[in-house]
Ligand binder design. Structure first.
Ligand SMILES: [Mg+2]
Length: 299
């Protein structure tokens, strides 16, 4: 018996599971470094509940818009981002300000461009929520994926680097979806393809730097060169996530431990990696216990 390939909606929901489990998993490892690192070294799965954070909350709105409209309808997405925002979920001050103003009737086009001194945000927030979009459009031409990712980003991240981060992650998720079921990591060709689809700038340059890392590099060594998201910018976050995916896209559990061990913005790095890797591995690669620990998600 052959199994039909998953639909666009099913792919997006599977990526959302990877993203939300990554987000909630990574968030459990904040705290004093002396306490956190031994827990990671022992691979101690946190046994308290795993609430999700802003990464998942925003991804839920993207998935809702895709399920309802089959494309990014920007005004609808802006409204959903604002309506759904729960300020206890760890939003950055930039996103909080924009979404609060949208909720009061503000125009996202003006708000997104005027923040950060008129430059727009180059934070990692557009990248952290976009993997399900790449999964959804995985069977479409590359330019469609890039355009939809850009549109999803612009609502809160008008800066070219904020947009580049989203484009890179969406393309990465699409490539992982195309490799669904493969037991091999995506490797260098994946990094090169994502780099080539990413607009020029610091994020793209950082992705190029992944290629200079040797096969024996550890996540901590990679993060020292690529960043670990501690600066919460797209260039400081996305290249490291793609490096992890290039090595561990065939193994969801390994991808999570290798991401979190670099610390940094660990809910977001794990959300990005989880959202991409789940596209290749499928849900079956995620431990059942992790689903049970994660707060339920409902797009
Ligand atoms: Mg977060």
């Amino acid at each position: 018996m052959t199994t039909a390939p998953p639909t666009a909606a099913a792919r997006a929901l599977e990526s959302l599971d990877g993203l939300s489990i990554g987000d909630a998993f990574g968030e459990r490892f904040f705290g004093r470094v002396e306490a956190v690192l031994p827990r990671i070294a022992r691979r101690e799965v946190p046994q308290t509940e795993w609430p999700y954070t802003d990464d998942t909350e925003m991804a839920l709105s993207i998935v809702r818009v895709l399920l309802d409209h089959q494309c990014i309808e920007q005004d609808t997405l802006a409204r959903l981002f604002a309506e759904r925002m729960d300020s206890s979920r760890g939003y950055g001050p930039g996103a909080f300000g924009i979404l609060s103003a949208i909720a009061r009737g503000g125009d996202w086009r003006m708000l997104s461009h005027s923040c950060f001194g008129g430059n727009g945000s180059f934070g990692n927030g557009a990248a952290m929520r976009v993997a399900p979009l790449g999964a959804y459009f995985a069977d479409r031409p590359l330019e469609d994926i890039v355009r939809q990712a850009r549109q999803s980003a612009e609502i809160t991240h008008a800066h070219p680097e904020g947009i580049a981060g989203a484009v890179a992650v969406a393309v990465a998720a699409a490539l992982a979806s195309q490799a669904r079921g493969s037991s091999a990591p995506l490797g260098r060709a994946f990094v090169e393809a994502v780099r080539d689809a990413t607009p020029p700038g610091d994020t793209r340059d950082g992705i190029s730097e992944c290629l200079a890392l040797g096969p024996d590099a550890t996540p901590v060594q990679a993060a020292r060169i690529l960043g670990n998201g501690a600066g919460v910018t797209a260039p400081d976050t996305v290249p490291f996530c793609l490096w992890v995916c290039s090595r561990f896209s065939h193994d969801f559990v390994e991808s999570m431990w290798n991401t979190v061990t670099a610390l940094g913005d660990r809910d977001t790095t794990c959300a990005i990696v989880g959202g991409i890797v789940a596209c290749q591995t499928g849900r079956a690669a995620i431990p059942e216990e992790w689903f049970e620990l994660r707060e339920a998600v409902d797009p």
